[in-house]
Design a protein around this ligand. Structure first.
Ligand code: SF4
Ligand code: SF4
Length: 321
């Protein structure tokens, strides 16, 4: 039967700092991130219980009773969901260290909260999921939250998924460290790497990132693009629009052109979260115009563009908070 749900609620897990949730999305009125387990520190997961909890939510949605955290979420979709128990959406957001210091980063802005957190090792949990044949391809495996490439188990995890035939990984990376596991998975067409460069010049990059690594990052984008047989298809250059810092048409146009010159033709766009939340009731039209500018330029230049949460909400006319 048709009912409102989303692929994360149906088949997803998000590994967060000390908790497991359905997804990592929070910028809508319901608040998102439904707890599957709090006080989680890398223990093996009781899959039967997890699927029983998901079935309970599924049944409520079938009756029209939305999980309160999902209210207002852009990922809700009315369709015939498959009613099966498996996982094909995994998000890893439990890493806390990074080699960048972005001005908009929650880790940077809540240092006291995250500084002493020791990330757990999720490799045995994923191995268990694979051994029990509960992992399917066709969804998405996404890495973010801190800089994943600087953690020792990261390469193991990527290699484990690559060997298992998973072809839909997405890694959010600062791009400062070149990862051979990412390059190998790019060769296998198993992974997209998203690097939020947010600028087209060393000066603006440094202002936003507070590290002087622009040249290193641009070199790594080029190396990743070369590692992939299709070159430009799997390396995503992301731009988070930060009002009064990098929000000019000139900087954005230069970013688009530079992305092409690095060998990538895939753009991603978002708007800075804290500013967006503070101004959500009255976002100036200028920012929707910037979103439209990137969409139009991508079309002109035969590039692909993906809108992340706030940019997507703005385009869809949703009042995200
Ligand atoms: S509807 Fe939104 S908040 Fe709810 S599980 Fe899906 S992505 Fe998460
Ligand atoms: S690269 Fe990501 S995790 Fe690192 S400081 Fe920037 S926003 Fe935070």
């Amino acid at each position: 039967m048709k009912y409102l749900s989303c692929s994360y609620l149906e088949h997803g897990i998000d590994f967060e700092h000390r908790r497991l949730t359905t997804c990592c999305f929070t910028c809508h009125s319901g608040g998102g991130r439904i707890d599957i387990a709090d006080e989680y520190n890398g223990e093996l997961v009781d899959w039967n219980k997890l699927f029983a909890d998901k079935r309970k939510m599924r049944e409520a949605h079938k009756k029209g009773n939305l999980t309160p955290n999902c209210i207002g979420c852009v990922f809700l979709e009315e369709k015939d969901w498959d009613d099966e128990d498996y996982i094909n959406k995994l998000q890893f957001n439990y890493w806390v260290k990074c080699n960048s210091k972005c001005i908009y980063c929650y880790l940077e802005n809540h240092k006291n909260k995250y500084e002493d957190m020791i990330p757990y090792n999720v490799v045995p949990v994923i191995q268990d999921l694979i051994d029990k044949k509960l992992l399917r391809s066709g969804g998405e495996i996404s890495f973010g939250g801190g800089e994943p490439t600087i953690y020792p188990e990261f390469d193991d995890l990527i290699n484990l998924f690559t060997k298992s035939g998973i072809t839909n990984m997405r890694v959010h990376s600062s791009g400062i460290r070149f990862s051979p596991a990412i390059a190998n998975a790019l060769k296998e067409r198993a992974l997209n790497v998203v690097i939020s460069i947010d600028s087209s010049s060393r000066a603006i990059y440094k202002k936003i990132k507070r590290v002087d690594c622009y040249d290193k990052v641009t070199e790594n984008i080029k190396k990743y693009a070369q590692a992939n047989p299709e070159g430009y298809s799997y390396v995503v250059s992301k731009y988070i629009i930060i009002p009064h810092v990098n929000d000019t048409i000139v900087e954005i146009e230069n970013w688009i052109q530079q992305t092409r010159s690095f060998g990538s033709r895939w753009l991603a766009l978002d708007i800075e979260d804290v500013w967006y939340k503070m101004n959500s009731a009255n976002i100036p039209d200028y920012y929707l115009n910037l979103v439209n500018y990137v969409l139009n330029r991508a079309k002109d230049l035969d590039m692909k563009v993906e809108l992340y949460d706030r940019a997507r909400g703005l385009k869809q006319g949703l009042n995200l908070v």
